[in-house]
Design a protein around this ligand. Structure first.
Ligand SMILES: Nc1ncnc2c1ncn2[C@@H]1O[C@H](COP(=O)(O)OP(=O)(O)O)[C@@H](O)[C@H]1O
Ligand SMILES: [Mg+2]
Length: 267
């Protein structure tokens, strides 16, 4: 199952991704894929070191861009394929990967959760993040998942990943909504994009407090709300010091259960 976690910056995408990954890892093989080039806290929320950029596996961004320009003819499981041919294989991956084939030097792991990061912007003026979008798409297209495998993709803020076509292969999109006008408005945009790429969109209300809950629910299509995560001081404090989110939340457990049942219905 492939899950995209989307939302406005600061809404709680990484928090929800980390908590959900830890919960789902109790019964599933979980890979968290960090595609947010400005995300610096996700690995600490998972209690891990930062993984090396997957972009380095391909020789870095410059070399990746050169490969991107190369003609699309590659060997795929011994068969030469050309542009447009069936079984067109990626220019970057020589063979298909499953979770057990992931290059270990680019994977951090703890308590059954694996973490990979596509790449970060490291230096001033190094150019746009578009190659990261291409790599994300190709990585996801090239990954074979079993029944018990779950990939949780922590996306960058906003909607750019939709423009890059990254979202077309997800089973579902979770939109994390915090109590802000922007977040609530953006939820409509995510619904539209979900419809366009044929992917079901669900909402996770985050930082919910009793006196604003009603207002949040009234401002969105509440039929698709599948979780409400309360505002918790302990989450906020842990993130402030780069600490691990090492506690269980009933609402996250319910969300994980929903997703597990969803994948059963879906398969
Ligand atoms: N349920 C919550 N209760 C309290 N603070 C939260 C909650 N969810 C997220 N936060 C805080 O909000 C901030 C942004 O969260 P983060 O997950 O980094 O957002 P994003 O990945 O969407 O940018 C962090 O300081 C985090 O601790
Ligand atoms: Mg984040």
């Amino acid at each position: 199952m492939r899950i995209a976690v989307c939302g406005k910056g600061g809404s709680g995408k990484s928090t929800v991704s980390a908590l959900l990954a830890k919960q789902m890892a109790k019964t599933k093989n979980v890979l968290v894929l960090d595609i947010d080039e400005s995300n610096y806290g996700l690995h600490s929320q998972l209690g891990m070191a930062a993984p090396r950029d997957l972009m380095e596996y391909f020789g870095g961004k410059k070399s990746f861009k050169e490969k991107q320009r190369a003609p699309k003819t590659t060997q795929f499981r011994g068969l030469a394929t050309t542009e447009g041919a069936p079984n067109q294989q990626s220019r970057f991956f020589k063979e298909r990967w499953s979770l057990s084939d992931l290059p270990l030097e680019f994977v951090e792991e703890k308590d059954g959760v694996r973490l990979m990061a596509v790449g970060k912007i490291h230096d001033f003026g190094e150019g746009c993040a578009c190659p990261m979008g291409v790599l994300t798409r190709e990585f996801l297209e090239n990954l074979d998942l079993g029944m018990d495998d779950v990939v949780i993709v922590d996306t960058e803020a906003g909607t750019e990943h939709f423009g890059r076509g990254v979202d077309k292969d997800f089973d579902l999109i979770l939109v994390v909504i915090d109590p802000s006008y922007e977040s609530l408005k953006l939820s409509k945009k995510f619904e539209e994009f979900g419809n366009q790429c044929g992917c079901k969109v669900y909402f996770v209300l985050n930082k919910v407090e009793p006196d604003i809950r009603e207002e949040m629910l009234n401002s969105i299509n509440y039929v698709n709300v599948i979780a409400e995560i309360p505002a918790k001081r302990e989450i906020f404090k842990a993130s402030l010091i780069g600490g691990e989110l090492d506690f269980e939340l009933e609402d996250i457990a319910k969300l994980a259960e929903f997703l597990e049942n969803y994948s059963l219905i879906d398969s």
